[in-house]
Design a binder for this molecule. Structure first.
Ligand code: URP
Ligand code: ZN
Ligand code: ZN
Length: 456
């Protein structure tokens, strides 16, 4: 199969230029002005940007919380992903108590069988002991070179000593560990305080998790990494103070990678007072204007490394599990389809970042940190032909009904955005054409190498 993309503007982290792109047998064969070659399919990309396929570093598909399971599984979630320009998702395979990492990996491979985007797995671990450590080498052999630990959630929480030990053990092997940074004990105390006051609706959620709850967790993780001598990856960074902790740690020589999410540059904490405020209950919570400005500044100054969605979707009926108690609302929101258009609208069009930085944040740095570069995250001869043709002139409104995700809500409902993923080439095949998924189920497992650790 040969595809020729003509007349587009090729955007890389290093610059942009008008060029044609020739694809053959799943790989990029040539990038040059005015390629004249035979092709099975010629796509006119005049007026559009051509990006390396976007990588979502943070999704939770088919996640079982015990009380309920996410609305999206891999089948629905990756359809939404690829239509939005995400050609690879990195989902959290979760080793729950009583499971091994091998069990979790096998289960996640099964869950991902019907995928329409490429996919890889971070291994989220709920336990850290000799038995789990004995499995780590096999994870690398299976293409899993990144892990996750949580400072919160009763089912997943590990302690600081375990994070320290895991950073050393996994770091020695060329892996990285993402950590959900919040102070568990203070959080529990604040939840009890709000409940004692009878404050039970969703507006209590951000009160229990103010920015200091995140910033303390980030500061602690930074010190743990300073002591272990291995890298730290802060997942879903949402606050100005958390970002300052990252910057201060880097000044001390700590190797830190920071991820943020579209919700932390677009949505305001006041939304918890909306009639459907429960749909915004996610952790960390939505923040204030000064935090959004700080996160955008972090993106501009390249202090933020990449953007994942933290897609963790629940229907309004599921959210109603916490109708009388905010702490029982399943945490998470749907966003996997809308990341590119939100970043383009709220970061590029506002002048906070350049298109080149968008390429860096949406794919290149994730590919480098997570051992996929230059097969993914690059527009180069020899790279995998995962390509997004993005129309910057499109204007549309985000509506859950027109999104392909499986839940009946979107945190971005009604927001008007600029730009749209028009076409997507995945593994050398045209799978999205003019915004429609024309070839589902073409996703492949991405076997990942050890981390490039580009901040080392
Ligand atoms: O609220 C969220 N983010 N739920 C998903 C799990 C997590 O903390 O990443
Ligand atoms: Zn988290
Ligand atoms: Zn998450």
């Amino acid at each position: 199969m040969r595809i020729l993309i003509k007349n587009g503007m090729v955007v890389r982290s290093t610059g942009r230029k008008k060029a044609d792109v020739l694809i053959k047998d799943g790989k990029i064969k040539r990038i040059a002005p005015e390629i004249d070659a035979k092709a099975d399919r010629v796509i006119d990309a005049a007026g559009c940007y051509i990006f390396a396929g976007f990588i979502d570093t943070h999704t939770h598909f088919d996640l079982d919380l015990g009380v309920t399971v996410t609305a999206d599984n891999f089948e629905t979630g990756t359809k939404a992903a690829v239509v939005g320009g995400t050609t690879t998702v990195l989902d959290f395979a979760t080793q729950d108590h009583g499971m091994t990492m091998h069990d979790a990996l096998e289960l996640w491979h099964k869950k991902a069988e019907k995928s329409s985007s490429n996919y890889g797995f971070h291994m989220a671990v709920s336990e850290w002991n000799d038995a789990r450590k004995a499995e780590v080498d096999d994870m690398f052999k299976a293409g899993v070179s990144s892990f996750k630990m949580y400072m919160v959630y009763d089912a997943m929480k590990v302690n600081d000593g375990q994070i320290y030990d895991a950073q050393k053990f996994i770091g020695e092997r060329g892996g990285v560990i993402g950590v959900h940074c919040e102070n568990y004990d203070v959080l529990q105390a604040r939840i009890a305080e709000e409940k004692a006051k009878g404050h039970m609706d969703p507006t209590a959620h951000p009160v229990t998790r103010p920015q200091a709850v995140e910033a303390e967790g980030v500061a602690r993780l930074m010190r743990i990494a300073e002591l272990s001598g291995y890298p730290a990856w802060v997942v879903h960074l949402s606050t100005a103070d958390g970002l300052e902790e990252v910057r201060a740690a880097r000044k001390r020589g700590v190797e830190v990678y920071a991820e943020t999410c579209p919700q932390y540059i677009t949505l305001d904490v006041k939304r918890y007072a909306d009639p459907d405020g429960a749909k915004f209950v996610m952790s960390p919570p939505l923040r204030e204007a000064k935090d959004r400005a700080a996160i955008l500044d972090g993106m501009k100054k390249k202090d933020i490394d990449f953007i994942g969605t933290d897609h963790c979707s629940f229907t309004m009926a599921q959210k109603a599990l916490g109708k009388d108690d905010f702490s029982k609302i399943p945490n998470g929101g749907a966003g996997v389809q809308n990341r590119a258009e939100l970043v383009y609208t709220y970061a590029v069009k506002t002048g906070a970042i350049t298109l080149e930085q968008m390429a860096l944040l949406m794919s290149e740095r994730a590919a480098r940190l997570f051992g996929m570069f230059p097969e993914k995250g690059a527009l180069r001869v020899g790279s995998d032909a995962d390509i997004v043709i993005f129309d910057p002139d499109d204007k549309h409104t985000i509506l859950w009904k027109t999104n392909l995700h499986a839940c009946d809500n979107s945190p971005y409902e009604g927001m008007e955005v600029l730009g749209r993923t028009r076409d997507v080439v995945l593994n050398g095949e045209l799978v999205v054409e003019n915004g429609t998924l024309v070839k589902p189920y073409c996703g492949k497992y991405v076997f990942r190498k050890p981390s490039e650790r580009y901040r080392k």
